[in-house]
Ligand binder design. Structure first.
Ligand SMILES: C[S@@+](CC[C@H](N)C(=O)[O-])C[C@H]1O[C@@H](n2cnc3c(N)ncnc32)[C@H](O)[C@@H]1O
Length: 337
């Protein structure tokens, strides 16, 4: 249709509920294409009768699709309405973008659509190279339970608060929800000695090593490999002593001003942590705790200190994030003396 009538045409298409918003209005020379949904003869007749301008209904040769804002909008453009209605509640409304890799949690009922969902996520995040179905973490090593659903490659570099973390999402975990805690550890620390008993890829070690000397202990060889990479990437080789092993047995004694226990299930390691301190100092003890027994982490720190012949002054208990329904991840800051 002619460009001069475009405004009126859009208005009319909207009144009749015929406008196809998945496609953009395209202008070619003095002509304009206003995409409409597939319409029945009655709607077409009303359009013809009501329009006070000339227009032609044609098959659009080069449609330009509107960029979907989210996964659901993007899938609406690909799946029939009836199918979309069935799936709508199951389709994830959020997903994590870590560097150039996407992690998405979704229910098993979407298995037949996993590839489509993965490819669609890559389309709406053109800078990303792969999409992984995230089913959580397994066991004490917190290994990721993930499956590749689109693209290729799991290695990525995440940038956060001046720190770089390289890792492979299919081999080691990374928790974006712990970001504030990683920053806090980088701020709280001074020119001192720290023992990071569950270092992983350097989640806390890297920000703390900007100021402190850090013993970084990690048991999983995959995580340890990236810990070493990240020490180099962040140029903190002179301040980190990486140790591959079980912190229950390899943690040095009487060396630290501060001990970080960044594992959500590590209460059995409290005596080792207390012995790592130079007689007195700080412990940052993490635990995932049901809301019904919120005092449990504090009780555990106090009784571990007593068993080692020490006192514990509880400075604060902070929520790190929601862990699962009714369970939260907390960190206890305790001064042991
Ligand atoms: C849950 S991750 C750390 C998460 C981290 N706090 C964050 O902010 O994302 C815990 C790490 O502890 C390691 N780990 C588990 N048991 C260990 C042990 N006995 N000794 C040393 N490292 C251990 C795991 O391999 C894993 O890399």
């Amino acid at each position: 249709m002619n460009k001069k009538d475009a405004g009126k045409a859009v208005e009319l298409a909207e009144i009749l509920n015929l406008r196809d918003k998945k496609r953009l209005i395209v202008s070619r020379g003095d002509q304009v294409e206003i995409p409409v949904v597939e319409c029945d003869l009655v709607s077409l007749k009303s359009l013809k009768e009501m329009a006070e301008f000339e227009f032609e209904i044609v098959e659009q040769q080069k449609p330009v699709y509107a960029r979907a804002r989210n996964l659901k909008d993007a899938l609406k453009q690909k799946l029939p309405e009836s199918e979309m209605k069935k799936l709508e509640k199951l389709i994830p409304s959020a997903y994590k973008v870590i560097g150039n890799v996407i992690l998405v949690k979704m229910p098993e009922e979407l298995r037949d659509y996993a590839r489509l969902i993965g490819e669609t996520l890559l389309e709406i995040n053109p800078h990303c190279k792969s999409v992984w179905w995230d089913r959580g973490k397994r066991g004490m090593l917190r290994k990721p339970d993930v499956e590749l659903i689109a693209g290729s490659g799991g290695e990525t570099v995440h940038r956060e608060w001046g720190c770089l973390y390289r890792f492979d999402v299919s081999k080691v975990m990374f928790s974006p929800g712990n970001q504030a805690e990683r920053m806090r550890m980088g701020t709280i620390v001074g020119n001192e000695v720290v023992v990071d008993m569950f270092a992983g890829i350097g989640y806390f070690t890297i920000p703390m090593a900007k100021k402190a000397k850090v013993y970084a202990i990690e048991i999983n060889p995959d995580s340890y490999h990236y810990l070493i990479e990240n020490i180099k990437l962040n140029e903190v080789e002179d301040r980190v002593i990486p140790v591959l092993g079980d912190s229950m047995f390899v943690t040095p004694e009487r060396v630290a001003d501060r001990v970080v226990m960044g594992h959500i299930n590590c209460h059995e390691f409290l005596p080792v942590a207390i012995r790592a301190l130079k007689g007195k100092g700080w412990i940052h003890y993490h635990e995932s705790v049901p809301e019904a027994v919120l005092e449990r982490p504090v009780r555990r720190v106090i009784s571990a200190a007593r068993a080692e012949g020490k006192n514990a002054r509880i400075e604060c208990v902070k929520k790190v994030k929601n862990y699962s329904p009714g369970v939260i991840h907390v960190v206890v800051d305790a001064y042991i003396y």
